[in-house]
Design a protein around this ligand. Sequence first.
Ligand SMILES: [Zn+2]
Length: 94
Amino acid sequence: MVKVLESLEVEVVGGRRVYRCLKCEHVLGPATEDYKNYALKHDAPFSKAQPIGLVIKSDMYVLREYYCPKCATMFEVDAVLKEEKQIHSIQLKK
Ligand SMILES: [Zn+2]
């Protein structure tokens, strides 16, 4: 087992390496791909992360949150431009 994020691990299941939720053991998908393709994705307004008074008055940025589709544990949050493509944050060595 390799822990790759707070609530995400890479585990061998049925002879192949997969991403698995550490909380509920839900298998997301093959570890050769970006786990984010299998996670629940939610774009939240950027103001969510900002202290009141320092809110960026712009909707150019979003907080892109990734959750386990089964137990809704949050894996990761990317602060990105709204139009930005998904950030491939975990790349396993072959
Ligand atoms: Zn889960």
